[in-house]
Ligand binder design. Structure first.
Ligand code: IPD
Ligand code: CA
Ligand code: CA
Ligand code: CA
Length: 263
């Protein structure tokens, strides 16, 4: 398989799908809930995933797809080519804010990240990488991430993790928030990874993300030397949900060692 051919194909699918998503703003959205009242999905999330799957299966019938909305394959291992897709990451933003949502896609071969993409649909910003070839923001090569310490960093996380929760001792997170220069929260894990990779943020933390939220961003993060692990400082398992941190290297060590106390 020619990786550049695959890259070109994936990019064209992303751009075409994004055009359809933008066009959907003129039609009425059908909004449903999934696991709970704030877990939203729309007809556009579903149609976008179906569009990818149909195109991938037509061109690469032997490739398998793990997609959030469940139209892909039942993936129990990462053997062969596996596309891990979030058709819209940040559905709540898509519905309420009409910005800050992304298409997130990672293409893996036997568990190794070959290609990774995060496309910020409304900003028209594409983050991309091919394994071993560095990362790009649109057509510009992204330099390797620099170091940062806690005091000079901007960290992004959901406010849910600084109130009592079942995953982490929230006092540690409050201490972290007191030390950092600033905090942000954008409502799309993929976009928050994009921001760490491009230097707009120094780290992004979450207690629970699914493979499709992070697969695309992980491939790109690796190319610029950003560290991606669980909050227990273990490798991410792309077959399950994980706690998650993507960060500049020194900061990663500091946060995981001094502030994270998992329950
Ligand atoms: C969600 C977003 C959000 C994160 C949630 C994800 P979705 O993805 O990435 O930022 O906090 O955990 O589920 O459902 O909008 O694709
Ligand atoms: Ca969702
Ligand atoms: Ca998501
Ligand atoms: Ca989604």
């Amino acid at each position: 398989m020619n990786i550049h051919k695959l890259d070109k194909f994936a990019k064209s699918l992303i751009k075409e799908a994004a055009g359809k998503i933008r066009a959907s703003f003129t039609t009425e959205l059908i909004i449903e809930t999934k696991s709970e009242a704030n877990d939203l999905v729309t007809n556009i999330d579903k149609e976008t995933e179906q569009f990818f799957i149909q195109q991938i299966k037509q061109n690469f019938p032997e490739h398998r797809i793990l997609g959030e909305e469940g139209f892909g394959d039942d993936i129990e291992d990462l053997s062969g080519y596996v596309w891990i897709l979030d058709p819209i990451d940040g559905t709540m933003n898509f519905i309420h804010q009409k910005k800050n949502f992304a298409i997130s896609l990672g293409i893996f071969k036997d568990g190794e990240g070959l290609l990774g993409y995060v496309y910020d649909v409304m900003a028209d910003d594409l983050l991309s990488a091919a394994q071993g070839e560095g990362a790009f923001f649109n057509d510009q090569r992204i330099p390797r991430v620099e170091q940062a310490n806690v005091e000079q960093s901007i960290i992004s996380m959901n406010a849910s993790w600084v109130v009592p929760n079942k995953y982490i001792e929230h006092e540690g997170m409050i201490e972290l928030l007191r030390k950092v220069r600033g905090t942000r929260s954008y409502g799309s894990a993929a976009i928050e990874i994009l921001y760490v990779v491009t230097g707009r943020l120094d780290a992004y933390i979450s207690m629970r993300l699914s493979p499709w939220d992070i697969a695309g961003g992980m491939v790109v993060a690796k190319e610029v030397g950003a560290i991606v692990t669980t909050l227990a400082n273990e490798p991410i398992n792309l077959l399950t949900q994980n706690t998650f941190i993507v960060s500049k290297p020194d900061l990663h060590h500091e946060v995981v060692t001094n502030y994270v106390k998992l329950k």
